[in-house]
Write a protein that binds this ligand. Structure first.
Ligand code: 2M8
Length: 433
């Protein structure tokens, strides 16, 4: 496992140490999430990393996003991993030989995976642009990325609208970003795991088994990814044994369309298609995935049409949507016993009151900095500056004590997962500023 860091005494120490993490994890044109556990470029990690990097080096933040979109497929999808060809083939599982993107005509020359991750990119591009418009203009940052973002969102809004509801589906737990969330247990129970002897996990070389998904989880992840690959990465409910319309992705898509409208104005283009897409997504998201009695957004199983009433932090993320009609109710839920916004920190990934809440295991309980950052961003957006400031202070305190860990016990603050984790460092830098 990676070496735990010492506690950082002052904000200046914390700032310096966060910069060091990002310097260590920088490769020629992008940042790896963690040197050993995740030695390639990940899609939504790069979005969060850019949000922090923009304060240190706007040009580097721009390159982070440009390199990711350089690996975009011709059908518009942005792969969840862009593999570094210089890293040994067995450093991460599943690697390029598993995904075989080279055999797909739509894929780029560089090896990638074939699944996607939550669309946090338009928001990240807009925030990165705003940090230094002059440098961005000189580099043609926005004019190059805007059409690519449009294609990315088009892929999600058309090919990934598997039910015709107007919402996108994720077709693999890895696509949700919240890999082993208890919200996926029921839909995943229908997937037959590939026997553990048929593949070799590499994650357990770098992180404690109790902090990671189980072998049965991995068996199901492998089954779903293999089926998708063998179908040539075609999108249809017949191919996907697992498909859910989740609030986190659809909320980021709505917020992303709003960001695209701002970019269109800046580029002298018509923002109206993006404004209407944002309004349509916000309306459908709220009408379909919001449960007024619970004050919470839930994912919907695309195969059964049923809401999955599991309190995952993903159901709080719609607070990032400008003009969300149920923001006040959602904040009330976050303040309640399940998430304890005022004292649990980072925001728990899963219901503190649930019998199967596990404070150390990945997305089944621990608090993460990225989802907490998104909620903080939402609090500011919806006129809650003092709740936002309180959350910000507690996040800084937690990371000062634990170091740049991947996730933390939300009640004790104990660190879990890998150390030297890029989005923790990047988003802490953003919170400091
Ligand atoms: C985790 O997921 C990867 C697979 O994509 C893994 O477990 O190997 C998740 O936390 C995901 O949200 C994150 O983007 C990725 C890299 O940090 O790690």
């Amino acid at each position: 496992t990676e070496r735990p860091e010492v506690a950082h005494r002052t904000i200046e120490d914390l700032d310096r140490a966060a910069r060091r993490v990002l310097a260590t994890n920088w490769r020629q044109h992008a940042t790896v999430p963690a040197a050993r556990l995740y030695p390639h470029q990940w899609s939504w990690d790069s979005a969060f990393v850019a949000i922090g990097l923009r304060h240190l080096s706007p040009a580097r933040a721009q390159r982070e996003l440009e390199s990711l979109f350089g690996a975009q497929w011709r059908d518009g999808r942005v792969p969840h991993i862009v593999f570094d060809p210089h890293v040994p083939a067995d450093a991460y599982f599943p690697g390029p030989s598993f995904w075989r993107s080279g055999a797909v005509p739509e894929a780029p020359a560089v090896p990638t995976s074939g699944i996607v991750q939550p669309p946090a990119h338009a928001l990240a591009v807009w925030l990165t642009y705003r940090a230094d418009p002059a440098t961005a203009r000189a580099r043609g940052f926005l004019s190059r990325l805007y059409p690519r973002l449009v294609e990315w969102h088009r892929y999600l809004m058309t090919r990934r609208d598997l039910t015709g509801s107007g919402l996108m589906s994720v077709v693999h737990p890895w696509e949700s970003g919240l890999d082993n969330s208890p919200a996926w247990d029921t839909p995943l129970s229908r997937v037959t795991p590939v026997p553990a002897g048929e593949f070799t996990r590499r994650d357990l070389d770098h992180a404690a088994a109790a902090d990671r998904p189980t072998d049965t989880d991995y068996g199901r992840y492998v089954r779903l990814a293999r089926d998708y690959r063998d179908a040539g990465y075609a999108d249809s409910l017949r191919v996907h044994g697992f498909a859910v319309e989740d609030p986190l992705c659809n909320a980021l898509l709505a917020a992303g369309e709003d960001a695209l409208a701002s970019m269109a104005v800046e580029l002298g283009r018509d923002p109206r298609p993006h404004r209407s897409a944002a309004a349509r997504l916000t309306g459908t998201l709220t009408a379909t995935l919001y449960d007024p009695a619970a004050g919470m957004f839930f994912a919907r199983d695309a195969h059964t049409g049923k809401l999955i009433r599991s309190y995952s932090v993903g159901g709080l993320v719609p607070l990032v949507v400008p003009g969300l009609p149920v923001a006040a109710e959602l904040i009330r839920t976050a303040l309640g016993d399940r998430f304890r916004l005022r004292d649990a920190c980072p925001l728990p990934s899963y219901d503190l009151t649930a019998g199967d809440h596990d404070p150390g295991r990945y997305w089944r309980g621990p608090g993460w900095i990225n989802t907490s950052w998104l909620f903080w961003h939402g609090l500011r957006l919806h006129g809650e500056p003092s709740l936002a400031e309180d959350l910000r202070q507690r996040l800084l305190d937690r990371v000062r004590d634990a170091g740049f860990r991947e996730y933390l016990d939300p009640l004790t603050g104990a660190g879990h997962g890998t150390d030297g984790f890029s989005w923790t460092a990047a988003l802490i830098l953003d919170l400091i500023r």
